[in-house]
Design a protein around this ligand. Sequence first.
Ligand code: PMP
Ligand code: GLN
Length: 378
Amino acid sequence: PNSKLPDIGTSIFTVMTSLANEHKAINLSQGFPDFNCPEPLMQLVSKYMHEGFNQYAPMAGMPQLRQKISQKTERLYGYRPDADTEVTVTSGATEALNAAITAVVKPNDEVILLEPCYDSYAPVIRLNGGSPIYVPLALPDFSVDWDQVKRRISSRTRLIIINTPHNPTGAVITKQDMDTLANLLDGTDILVLSDEVYEHMVFDGQQHYSVLQHPQLRERSFVVSSFGKTYHTTGWKIGYAVAPALLTSELRKMHQFITFCSPTPLQLAIADFMDEASHYLELQDFYQTKRDFFAAQLRNTRFEFTPSAGTYFQLVKYDAITSEFDQDFARRLTTDTGVAAIPVSAFYHDKTDNKFLRLCFAKSEETLRAAGERLAQV
Ligand code: PMP
Ligand code: GLN
């Protein structure tokens, strides 16, 4: 009754994970690793807890962690944001996205979203009185149709949200895309929110291209990332936003009333562990090995796919198997075959069904092999 989001139910990630647990299916639906985070990282958390770092962190994040984020950004993207005024630690990327959108979207503003897209953007836009303007990514490779983006820009456009590497498709945005976007926005006051939580998972020798590498774009952008993806700690919910000082100041006004601050011992442990650059530098190879292993399993099935270019997700097309609606097929695959996946229509506002499922390969080889054997029966 009188709901603020009447059409929104429980998130597909919760629905599919619950169904997987209920039916003891192999859960390749919600994106999270089935292996543990590095032992030294856990020891650091324990150390800081025992040393008494168990009270509120500074609102913007522990200074040590903001420094490390700033240094890492310079190392990877050749740009050093100011740790005091341009970096904010949040409770997961989800909070950073919420705070960024809430900071800038006013009633009647329009926000351009490229579909399929992650499920947390549109509801937050709407709760702030804004309207999502949906532009579909172009099949077969889910590239951005910039001409169509251009046509949907209006005097009311406040923000465009991009996501690279892209959940759920694995597509990556190139430097050329970023140049095109910068040209489109030149002379406007439209802002950019760039969701780069999978920045370390790009395959086949390609490199992630960050908005932070692009001088014209970064001066109008929030860039969001998540330690959950990088350190196999999705349950810790520590993320961050990098943005110019004026935008950061507005984002922090939101952050201080959403959560105020994020867990102190986790921030301190991550700050120390970030010195082990080998961890994030090796993540690309680590996940490419998993992607390739899983692709080898999938080649024994009737699912069709192009190996994922980025993220820890593999899209598979199933129209050679059935014409069922993807949400029905995903349910049946969980209950009858014992493998849970995410139906990609859940990432479209109008449930566009292109007959794709998303499978998470952030799993042990044992899990991926067992899933492959079951999928080969379909
Ligand atoms: N953006 C995208 C594209 C994601 O896939 C996720 C995690 N599923 C998030 C944001 C949220 O990240 P966090 O868990 O750090 O809140
Ligand atoms: N980001 C994860 C995914 O895409 C899920 C996060 C969540 O459950 N909200 O699977």
